[in-house]
Design a protein around this ligand. Structure first.
Ligand SMILES: Nc1ncnc2c1ncn2[C@@H]1O[C@H](COP(=O)(O)OP(=O)(O)OP(=O)(O)O)[C@@H](O)[C@H]1O
Length: 757
């Protein structure tokens, strides 16, 4: 297959020095340049080794200190131990391709060119002279931003390829040819670093793109942390890559704030989270919590599939009102006075008294379970007053307390107060709505009968992803389960935690530490004598009410209005990076246009950026996918709002329309090497897996995987064999056709709109 590069905005006079045949003069120039860079790379690794040894010695020394001593001394020892261990982990994580770039700059009127090396982390030599610039630092920005039209002082950008610690190739983008000497100019040749990266076989795991970030991507990565940034981009435009690099950048640029509160990454599937899991650690970041919407709630397993029509109803913003009415309906005033016996006394639970106690409890502005305490207390004191009146004497102090206790422990009283203000669980409330038609009618009086019928479920039915936002909404209104013992223990633990954090912060400040990957909270939590050893990320993931400093959402077009409410609650500062493609929407509750989603919830504080170049899919495949999408949109009467994308390259013969069998086409695709996916409608998966001898669990590193378009979201493969695309829904067909990096074969029922059909 021949690679035919298309022009990309950032591509400029490009040359490279690579190992390979050439004439003698060129080989000499290459050898000299490689040698020169090897010396720099050697120096940088020597510095890394020195720092590693230093941290290792410090760690050993701290660990060797005796364990005894005061609480303060132990805490201090633990803090430093974590600090050095984290430093060591960072040095190990950045070992591969530590240095990958260089820029030669002419600064202002300066005669001489200065060189700056760019890498995964910043390093300075023993005299504090910088030897390597962190890719996220402002000083590294020209490496990504300079173009021939706007060089910004950059004369040459050099990509340095390494294997282990050996320089294997160098390659230059020359932004100002006039500034180069003759020898250098003579040696320019070769393929771009970007094309080399795009042409590589896929491994089933995403890699970072730190060495080849393009300028439109760089703008987004470094965009301001405040507000909601929506990145619309067609398939393969690097949305996921950009979202992950932005998370790493924000953690670097706003470390103090974000290490404390954490960053949440929401992705479409567990397979997707596995696919991306190595990117952030390779960028030196481990503090990001990743989740799918289905697994967002620590105690809820939402694994069952959902009918799109049901998902659409459950995802509507109006469901917030339904949940709120369902909770309010459990705060009831009886139609008539109820008489209860307490000892020899008859007491009356009167509608007026219940209504007054209910108003008072509602005014407390607490969640349902918390406000219930106010309601019960008010009712008990009303009943105690009735009781005292029947005694005919002034009752106060201890006697009144005794009477109140007698009333409280009377079973009938408890039953009727519960009926008036029922203690609830979020799951119980939602389960009742689906399994008891009268509950749903009471909470959703204006919902159509057809929609109510759609929602009906058996009581024991498993949860689906569309239930999660509703359970979370209910949890917000109901509050946590009431368990006085646990509440007391938690309050104590919290007070202790606060003291630990204050202490850890002091000791970090005193030592000048704290700029790395650990925060005072992390230290305190890991080393609190009482608690389990947890990182900020771990604590955040296990706590429903945790609020994050920033949230990144991938495949965001799939999220319903109710799901957005959940995420907005988890980030009160409204600092979001949202990436997605409205052309790929497949969920019934997903979005066709971003303004529909964000004008409703964060009007005025969201902004949109766009990515337009597809770095994955060959042009012929991309063009066919676009034509199929357009035909489907016309059929569905939907207006397409996303801009079309341009592929960065094409490959001869990348698109095949076959009348052969899936087995034959898979065998043929495998000859290309790398990974092959068979993407087919869900109903066909089991049969296909059996025919192809592939297991049901999706292992992205296996040579062949079989999955449906929903599971294929966000993923990519060298070759894709897509079966019956003609019977897939619009977004699904588009997703299936845009997954390959090299070859797409369409088998079976063909989609309408294919060029030439
Ligand atoms: N600047 C770049 N340098 C090298 N590779 C890149 C660059 N940008 C994107 N890529 C590669 O292009 C492919 C597509 O990127 P990514 O998965 O982030 O796209 P996406 O927009 O999220 O796609 P989709 O919406 O279809 O899932 C990946 O292999 C990614 O590594």
């Amino acid at each position: 297959m021949g690679d035919t590069g298309r022009p990309v905005e950032a591509w400029v006079a490009r040359g490279g020095y690579v190992d390979g045949p050439g004439d003698q003069g060129e080989t000499d120039v290459v050898a000299a340049q490689l040698q020169q860079e090897q010396l720099v790379v050697d120096d940088v690794y020597a510095r890394l080794d020195a720092l590693r040894e230093q941290a290792s010695a410090q760690l050993q020394q701290v660990r060797a200190t005796s364990v005894g001593g005061s609480h303060q001394a132990r805490s201090e020892r633990d803090s430093f131990s974590t600090l050095y261990a984290d430093r060591l982990a960072t040095y190990d994580a950045v070992e591969q391709r530590l240095l990958f770039g260089r820029i030669d700059l002419r600064e202002d009127d300066d005669e001489k060119l200065s060189s700056r090396y760019v890498g995964r982390i910043g390093l300075s030599d023993a005299d504090h002279t910088p030897v390597l610039t962190d890719w996220r630092a402002p000083a590294a920005r020209p490496f990504y931003q300079a173009t021939a039209a706007r060089p910004g002082g950059v004369v040459r950008r050099r990509h340095v390829a390494t294997r282990g610690r050996v320089v294997t190739g160098i390659e230059d983008d020359v932004l100002d040819v006039d500034q180069l000497d003759d020898d250098t100019r003579a040696g320019l040749a070769g393929e771009g670093a970007l094309l080399a990266a795009l042409g590589a076989h896929r491994t089933g795991r995403m890699h970072d793109i730190v060495a080849t970030i393009q300028s439109e991507q760089d703008e987004i990565i470094r965009s301001d942390v405040e507000g909601v940034l929506v990145v619309q981009g067609g398939p393969g435009t690097g949305k996921t890559a950009v979202a992950l690099h932005r998370a790493a950048y924000l953690l670097y640029a706003h470390r103090e704030r974000l290490a404390r509160s954490g960053v949440l990454m929401v992705g479409p599937s567990d397979a997707f989270l596995t696919y991306i899991e190595r990117v952030l650690p390779a960028l030196g970041e481990t503090g990001v919590v990743s989740t799918t919407m289905a697994s967002l709630l620590p105690d809820v397993v939402a694994s069952a599939p959902e009918d799109p029509a049901v998902a659409r109803v459950k995802g509507r913003a109006a469901m917030a009102g339904v949940i709120s009415r369902a909770v309010a309906a459990r705060q009831r005033v009886p139609a008539e006075t109820i008489t209860v016996r307490v000892g020899s006394h008859e007491l009356e639970i009167r509608p007026d008294d219940v209504a007054a106690a209910r108003s008072r409890a509602r005014r407390a502005h607490q969640p349902h379970n918390g406000a219930r305490t106010v309601f019960v207390r008010t009712m008990l004191s009303t009943l105690a007053r009735q009781y005292a009146a029947q005694l005919g004497s002034d009752v106060s102090g201890e006697d009144l307390a005794g009477i109140t206790e007698d009333i409280r422990s009377e079973r009938d009283v408890r039953v009727h107060l519960n009926l008036a203000w029922m203690p609830l669980t979020p799951e119980g409330l939602v389960r009742d709505l689906w399994s008891k038609p009268h509950r749903l009618l009471e909470a959703a009086p204006s919902m159509s009968r057809a929609d109510r019928a759609l929602l009906q479920r058996d009581r024991g039915a498993p949860w689906t992803e569309a239930d999660v936002p509703l359970i979370d909404e209910a949890a917000e209104l109901i509050g946590e389960r009431i368990d006085p013992e646990r509440a007391r223990a938690e309050a104590e633990a919290e007070a202790q935690q606060r003291a630990e954090i204050a202490y850890a912060r002091d000791s970090m400040q005193a030592s000048g530490a704290g700029g790395g990957m650990v925060s005072a909270e992390t230290l305190a939590a890991r080393f609190a004598d009482t608690g389990p050893v947890l990182t900020t990320a771990e604590r955040a993931a296990s706590d429903r009410s945790w609020t994050y400093g920033h949230i990144v959402v991938d495949e965001a077009q799939e999220l319903s209005a109710m799901a957005w409410r959940v995420l907005l609650r988890r980030c009160p500062s409204r600092s979001f990076t949202v990436v997605g493609d409205t052309g790929q929407t497949s969920s019934g509750a997903g979005a066709d246009r971003w303004s529909d989603v964000f004008d409703a919830v964060v009007r005025g504080s969201w902004r949109q950026a766009e990515l337009t170049i597809n770095y994955r899919t060959p042009a012929s495949v991309m063009d066919a996918a676009t034509a199929v999408l357009r035909a489907a949109a016309e059929r569905d009467g939907v207006e397409l709002t996303a801009s079309p994308v341009v592929s960065a390259r094409d490959l001869d013969g990348a698109l095949r329309i076959s009348e052969g069998t899936v087995e034959d086409e898979v065998a043929r695709s495998r000859e290309l090497g790398g990974t092959t996916a068979v993407i087919a409608p869900r109903a066909q998966l089991a049969g296909l897996r059996e025919r192809l001898g592939v297991t049901g669990t999706v292992d992205l590193t296996a040579p062949v995987v079989v999955l449906d378009p929903v599971a294929a979201k966000g993923l990519e493969f060298d070759a894709v064999v897509a079966l019956d695309v003609g019977s897939m829904a619009r977004g699904d067909a588009y997703v299936a056709m845009t997954r390959p990096t090299r070859s797409l074969t369409l088998v079976g029922n063909q989609p309408v709109g294919l060029p030439g059909s």
